[in-house]
Design a protein around this ligand. Structure first.
Ligand code: CS2
Length: 439
């Protein structure tokens, strides 16, 4: 039997603590992958359990119908399996009401965003989903394509404007430096091209807060789904597996109402930058280094790579000696304690986090994870042995016979194969834009 609003679940599994059927959707989330379901949807579920109302989430997949076919037959319900060294906690999340597939029904997506009850549109579309060119501006040709977030949001903003409705908060929850400002810039570039009459209204009525989002969410496996099926007694195709830890720091700059996420563990702050920079350069920077160095040494999982003493030493130096000094810490932000906590999270043996999952889309991730740190030290005449080892491991990965999952895969592979690989990738006018110049 399949999980749904009608099925009974064991009392040991925490159920939504509010009347789901009585909630209106206040959020449209674009890119409803496992990360959103283990992170923002959980905070929103907690907020509604704590008394907030009408913050249901309408999920959107831009292309694939997979998540819709997992969640819609289940009335949007799914299980979060949080695995720490001390055990597993299971809970059912009720915040997601349904999933729309933009490729199948584009108008339904536009209507959801244009609905008067919608206040927030949030995004986890991955780094490449922002459709940036190497110089950081919008790739307009791609942005006019069928699976571009800009088209849907642009059309819906036009509908809101025409109907005299308020603007929206556009909340980027992707691992980009200055994600809010990046989304604002790109959205404006799109509007200037396709809806020029909306640009002033957008500036006045819409907000794009920056966020730091953090929870490690490995891809769900068939074995995970089978384990949850025996625990629940019903089949859940939408299971997500994650760690116990979760963090969300949000810039307090909204166009309209928001759920009281700050009462359920999120932090609303004036400046997200110190948290975001630390997370990108320390956590994500270490992750990508673990991926390429670890795969090169024959490891499959993060916890295996970090248990390798030689790799661990490289990662500790990367976080403590290379990344941390580049960060202007906020008052009370302890970067050394942060590095300790990250090492413990990476070592979690209950999370089977595949290095190959982290290795994808290197060209999109490496600039904010490694190159900003390298450029900071280069300006001061210093070198970064660990990050340089990580770069060498990425080049070796591109030269290997593994499949490369990256929007620039073919060009990267060609550049890596020949002489001057580092120059062709990172040099002036290279494939990956950077202020760092290889020596
Ligand atoms: C990882 C991230 O896949 C990756 O590139 O580094 O998804 C990481 O697990 C999250 O950002 C943790 O919050």
């Amino acid at each position: 039997m399949r999980l749904s609003a009608e099925t009974l679940i064991p009392a040991s599994v925490q159920a939504p603590g509010y009347d789901r059927a009585a909630q209106t959707a206040g959020i449209v989330h674009i890119g409803i992958g496992a990360f959103h379901r283990a992170h923002q949807a959980v905070y929103t579920d907690d907020a509604m359990a704590a008394g907030e109302r009408d913050w249901g989430i309408i999920g959107v997949s831009l292309r694939s119908g997979d998540v819709a076919s997992q969640l819609n037959p289940q009335d949007g319900l799914y299980t979060v399996s949080a695995r720490s060294a001390v055990g597993t906690g299971l809970r059912l999340i009720g915040a997601v009401q349904k999933v729309l597939v933009a490729a199948d029904d584009p108008q339904a997506v536009i209507d959801a965003i244009a609905a008067p009850t919608t206040h927030i549109v949030s995004f986890t579309v991955t780094e490449k989903g922002y459709l940036r060119t190497a110089d950081g501006s919008l790739d307009l040709a791609a942005a006019k394509g069928p699976s571009s977030l800009y088209r849907f949001v642009g059309a819906a903003l036009a509908a809101r404007h025409a109907a005299g409705l308020s603007g929206l908060t556009l909340l980027s929850c992707d691992n980009l430096a200055n994600n809010g400002a990046v989304l604002r810039r790109l959205m404006r570039e799109y509007l200037a091209s396709d809806h020029p009459d909306l640009v002033d209204w957008f500036d006045a009525q819409c907000r794009c807060p920056a966020t730091m989002i953090d929870r490690i969410v490995p891809a769900t496996t068939d074995a995970d789904r089978a384990a949850i099926e025996s625990a629940l007694g019903v089949r859940d195709e939408g299971v997500v597996v994650t760690e116990g830890f979760s963090q969300w720091v949000i810039e307090n700059d909204f166009a309209g109402p928001l759920p009281r996420w700050e009462n359920v563990g999120a932090e609303l702050v004036a400046d997200v930058a110190p948290y975001e920079t630390a997370k990108l350069r320390m956590l994500n920077g270490a992750h990508s280094a673990l991926a390429y160095i670890g795969l090169g040494k024959g490891h499959d999982y993060v916890h295996q790579a970090i248990a390798d003493p030689a790799i661990r030493a490289v990662i500790e130096r990367l976080m403590r000696d290379e990344a941390a000094p580049t960060i202007d810490a906020a008052p009370g932000q302890d970067l050394s304690a942060y590095a300790d906590a990250l090492l413990a999270r990476f070592a979690n043996p209950a999370l089977h986090h595949r290095l190959i999952q982290i290795a994808m889309d290197g060209s999109q991730k490496i600039p904010q994870r490694w190159l900003e740190t390298l450029a900071w030290h280069q300006k001061r005449g210093a070198r970064c042995g660990s990050l340089e080892a990580a770069i060498a491991a990425w080049i070796a990965f591109l030269r290997s016979d593994r499949p490369i999952d990256d929007p620039l895969a073919d060009r990267l592979r060609a550049a890596a194969a020949g002489p001057y690989a580092i120059e062709r990738i990172f040099g002036e006018g290279g494939l990956v834009a950077s202020d760092w110049r290889p020596a």
